[in-house]
Design a protein around this ligand. Structure first.
Ligand SMILES: Nc1nc2c(c(=O)[nH]1)N[C@H]1C(S)=C(S)[C@@H](COP(=O)(O)O)O[C@H]1N2
Ligand SMILES: [Mo]
Length: 431
């Protein structure tokens, strides 16, 4: 059998399987989609507009291009509720409801720092690599960039993303409830490549990464992860890192807690024993209902969120019978997304969404489902799975294991309540 007919058979099989599962307002995959009402007599098409009758801006206007002024609402956002009393040790949340595709524009990447955004002169900056290596070294930024480079797409997520909501919804906003994450294409060098040159001693089991910013934030990372896929990155989406992301360099631990990805990186120290930075002994652990805590849990679990509709993108303009695309993001720090299911009734029944665009390990992945709007109240959910066999848990499943004092690593299924008017609210479903 040739590949084409095999594919055809497969898709037919999926088609029948899916149509059998379809419930409320679902669209058969083979039907012709016509999401807009046909209208060929819109007079706006005939109007002569100002931008068509006068000259546009000269190319000298923006040496560094900016978004259209009409996109002024698409910004990072801050709230006093998520700052520790000052705007230096704080967080600016990513507008993930405006996200198209899987690459977050650099100016919208979420930004979290403990001591403000350092403005570093790259000529003055150095990276020291020392401890249990044969050949300790201090590198300038130019020297670092002489090592062979790699380019990879990965998300960064603060493990506290969604953390304020363990006990119940706090924000009727996707940006504040889930915007402590972003995804970018990173360019840099694998730490293992540099270590081949420097020679890692066999006793080395841990690596301390430390930043040059005011917080001098340090995190200790198991050497296995370092030798797997840890990168020192200097570029983000085709240009130098932004200051907010750690210019001139940061460490990237794909799929692991965002706080391990030390920005403004200037020291890596290899050791036999973990050298815990002071915040690591009390913070970044997982408190369990028993009173015990998990000290080491670094990879972020399988997760997903519907970005359209959401509280910021309601369905209030839709009419009964309209076709609408449900869109969202799925990601896992433990592998590649293999599928996403959508529920309209708070998790009782599910149908399968399609994954659209690039499907990459430890990266955001887009999903889509065409839905016939019925103007009825819904409890919308997405549930993702990955190729390590993980399935996104319900709130009950998650809290049964980790309780509600846990703060970090919240990955349970989110629910949007869609009202009869098409408004969207952040709600929690518990049995
Ligand atoms: N040097 C340094 N690195 C740091 C931090 C910091 O305050 N200082 N914050 C960490 C935290 S808590 C997170 S979640 C990520 C956020 O990365 P971003 O600001 O690029 O989104 O950076 C981490 N790296
Ligand atoms: Mo964080």
């Amino acid at each position: 059998m040739n590949t084409d007919s095999k594919l055809e058979q497969l898709s037919r099989r999926n088609f029948f399987k899916k149509t059998a599962q379809y419930s409320v307002g679902a669209i058969a995959a083979a039907s012709v989609l016509s999401p807009v009402t046909m209208r060929a007599d819109d007079p706006a098409i005939m109007e002569e507009k100002e931008w068509g009758t006068t000259l546009g801006d000269p190319v000298t206007k923006n040496k560094y291009g900016m978004p259209s002024v009409y996109e002024h609402n698409n910004t990072r956002r801050i709230t006093k509720l998520l700052s520790s009393g000052n705007w230096q040790a704080s967080i600016a949340m990513c507008p993930i409801h405006e996200q198209e595709g899987i690459i977050t524009p650099n100016g919208l990447f979420f930004s979290r720092s403990h001591g403000g955004t350092a403005q570093i002169d790259p000529n003055e900056h150095r990276l020291m690599i020392h401890g249990l290596v044969e050949k300790p070294i201090v590198l300038t930024m130019d020297e670092l960039k002489r090592y062979p480079s790699v380019t990879r797409i990965h998300f960064i997520e603060c493990p506290a993303n969604g953390g304020p909501e363990w006990r119940g919804p706090q924000f009727n906003s996707i940006q504040f409830a889930k915007g402590m994450m972003s995804c970018a294409q990173w360019t840099g060098v694998y730490v293992k490549t540099i270590l081949e040159d420097l020679g890692l001693k066999p006793e080395a089991l841990w690596m301390l990464a430390e930043g040059a910013d005011n917080s001098h934030m340090g995190r200790t990372i198991p050497v296995d992860k370092v030798l797997d896929d840890a990168m020192i990155v200097w570029a983000q989406n085709g240009e130098a890192l932004r200051p907010e992301q750690g210019y001139p360099i940061r460490i990237l631990l794909p799929g692991w807690e965002g706080n391990l990805c030390v920005k403004w990186l200037n020291r890596l120290e290899f050791s036999a024993e973990p050298f815990y930075a002071k915040e690591e002994t009390s913070k970044y652990t997982g408190l369990l209902p028993s009173g015990k805590a998990i000290q080491h849990f670094y990879p972020l679990e399988v997760n997903s969120i519907i970005t359209s509709p959401c509280p910021e993108k309601p369905w209030t303009d839709l009419k009964k019978g309209d076709l609408v695309e449900i869109r969202g993001l799925a990601w896992s720090g433990q592998g590649t997304i293999t599928g996403v299911d959508i529920s309209f009734d708070g998790g009782k029944n599910f149908v399968e969404a399609s994954l659209t665009g690039l499907v990459l390990p430890k990266s955001w992945t887009n999903f889509s489902y065409m839905y016939r709007y019925e103007g009825k109240p819904l409890l919308l959910q997405s549930r993702s799975r990955d190729d390590s066999g993980n399935v996104q848990p319900t709130i009950d499943q998650e809290t049964a294991v980790v309780g509600v004092e846990h703060v970090y690593h919240r990955n349970s299924i989110c629910t949007w309540e869609v009202t009869a008017k098409g408004e969207v609210n952040n709600v929690h479903i518990r049995s």
